[in-house]
Design a protein around this ligand. Structure first.
Ligand SMILES: *[C@@H]1O[C@H](CO)[C@@H](O)[C@H](O)[C@H]1NC(C)=O
Ligand SMILES: *[C@@H]1O[C@H](CO)[C@@H](O)[C@H](O)[C@H]1NC(C)=O
Ligand SMILES: *[C@@H]1O[C@H](CO)[C@@H](O)[C@H](O)[C@H]1NC(C)=O
Ligand SMILES: *[C@@H]1O[C@H](CO)[C@@H](O)[C@H](O)[C@H]1NC(C)=O
Ligand SMILES: *[C@@H]1O[C@H](CO)[C@@H](O)[C@H](O)[C@H]1NC(C)=O
Ligand SMILES: *[C@@H]1O[C@H](CO)[C@@H](O)[C@H](O)[C@H]1NC(C)=O
Length: 406
């Protein structure tokens, strides 16, 4: 009798443990997702799994190499309870309208969508529906052409009203990225990405920004990831993003900064500080040229409120095509002309020189007039001091710094 009670007890206990495990998914091994039951998803796994440190219902079609037809069959048959969709390593050249079919119930639960590595070339304006709750969209490692989004399909992300993270790392086709900023601006403007906090655009061969307002529609952006592109400077407006706290520009092609660019970074830091926040940049592994360019950056780094991540790793490079071979070339010159040694310069330097020359000519003419009217005697000391002032203003920061830090 006692023995029987013991066995019954242990059976109850075991059942309880199993039940608890099924509900709470306690030991990881016990809640491994199983193959999905729907025939269209038979190569995928369905079930609760740990994603983003939560237990969520995931449909996982990873490395399933589904053809376009099979992919679309799978995507239009997602279970209502799907919270995470991992659909990677398939072939899906073009996302048609309504890629998730017309399952309106999907929009209640679906929060994470990873569609990396599918060789996606075209996303249509009406491809993504029922994505109102999606917080993270990952489209890394695809082949999206600018005729695949942008002006042709500016509403690709328009239904992602809850999106917090957008991952577009190595997402675009190599040709045509020259105009990517114009197209992205169009896309962002036609979307409702008001909650977007993180934008990833790494490894996209972006070399120039033709539309400086490109990120402005993302008014709540916190982190902008642009590492491993071919950018030569910060040629986009950052003042329009009042919450920005980090720009990653690691491993680009920046050779130097205009002082105006650094001033813009400074003002972003000042603004952040007002809101008890910080502003950081990462500039490591850029081919800064030696001489004035790097001096300007070092000097800025010492004085700025901007957090320069891995600042100790910022060095100048001589072995880069276009950088002067002689690191002291700048210093040997008469003075270090900040604005003209920058590789990617605009005409502001020239304007300043012209203004200065113009001012000097006027001063000189004034002096000549003055001297001719009142004679040289009274004038001489003043002429000396003013000449010294002029001399100092022509010497740029680089030179000053050499004097300061010798
Ligand atoms: C999805 O499936 C792949 C391969 O089956 C696996 O390696 C990966 O960990 C799964 N992801 C999640 C979040 O369960
Ligand atoms: C959505 O859910 C409701 C209730 O749960 C159900 O009746 C309906 O069939 C579902 N619709 C689709 C398209 O699955
Ligand atoms: C970039 O886009 C703009 C706006 O449509 C267009 O005027 C320009 O010709 C494009 N440039 C290139 C190089 O495609
Ligand atoms: C963006 O979404 C918000 C909230 O869902 C909505 O109030 C607003 O009208 C939308 N704006 C546009 C341009 O779609
Ligand atoms: C500071 O924070 C407030 C409230 O969060 C926000 O409205 C404002 O735009 C922020 N200002 C700046 C300069 O970041
Ligand atoms: C920033 O912090 C200070 C001190 O903690 C506080 O008085 C001030 O209200 C805060 N400002 C904002 C914008 O949160």
């Amino acid at each position: 009798m006692i023995e029987f009670a013991y066995i019954a007890n242990s059976i109850t206990a075991t059942t309880t443990v199993v039940a608890v495990a099924l509900v709470l998914c306690l030991p990881a091994a016990m809640c491994e997702p199983t193959k999905c039951t729907k025939p269209e998803l038979k190569q995928c796994y369905c079930g609760k799994t740990t994603y983003d440190r939560q237990e969520l219902y995931a449909v996982n079609c990873t490395g399933t190499s589904l053809s376009t037809t099979r992919s679309l069959e799978a995507l239009t048959n997602l279970p209502d309870e799907t919270e995470v969709l991992i659909f990677t390593g398939n072939n899906l050249h073009e996302l048609p309208c309504n890629v998730f079919g017309d399952n309106v119930n999907l929009s209640q639960k679906l929060r994470f969508v990873d569609m990396s590595n599918n060789n996606i070339k075209v996303i249509k304006g009406k491809s993504y529906h029922h994505v109102l709750a999606v917080e993270r969209l990952i489209l890394n490692n695809n082949n999206i052409g600018l005729d695949g989004i942008g002006f042709h399909h500016p509403r690709v992300f328009s239904n992602f009203v809850s999106l917090v993270e957008l991952h577009l790392t190595s997402a675009f086709a190599d040709n045509g990225v020259a105009n990517i900023s114009t197209d992205l601006y169009e896309v962002f403007q036609n979307s409702n990405l008001t909650r977007l906090a993180k934008l990833h655009l790494e490894h996209n061969k972006i070399s120039s920004i033709k539309e400086p307002r490109v990120f402005c529609p993302l008014s709540n952006l916190l982190d902008l990831h642009l590492s491993n592109n071919l950018l030569t400077g910060i040629h986009f407006d950052i003042s329009c993003m009042s919450h920005l706290r980090f720009i990653d520009l690691e491993s680009n092609r920046i050779r130097g900064f205009h002082e105006e660019d650094l001033a813009i970074l400074d003002s972003a830091a000042v603004r952040s500080k007002l809101n008890n926040s910080t502003f950081a940049v990462d500039l490591t592994f850029n081919p800064f040229s030696c001489g004035c360019n790097i001096e300007i950056i070092y000097n800025w780094k010492r004085n700025t409120n901007v957090i320069v991540r891995n600042g100790d790793l910022i060095v100048c490079r001589q072995d880069v095509l276009g950088n002067p071979l002689d690191p002291y070339a700048d210093y040997h010159k008469f003075n270090c002309p900040i604005h003209t040694t920058l590789v990617d310069h605009n005409h502001e330097g020239h304007t300043m020189v012209i203004l200065f020359v113009f001012g000097a000519v006027i001063l000189f003419l004034g002096a000549v007039l003055y001297v001719s009217r009142f004679g040289l005697k009274r004038f001489r000391p003043e002429f000396n001091t003013s000449s010294r002032k002029i001399h100092y203003t022509t010497i740029d920061k680089c030179e000053e710094q050499e004097i300061q830090y010798v």
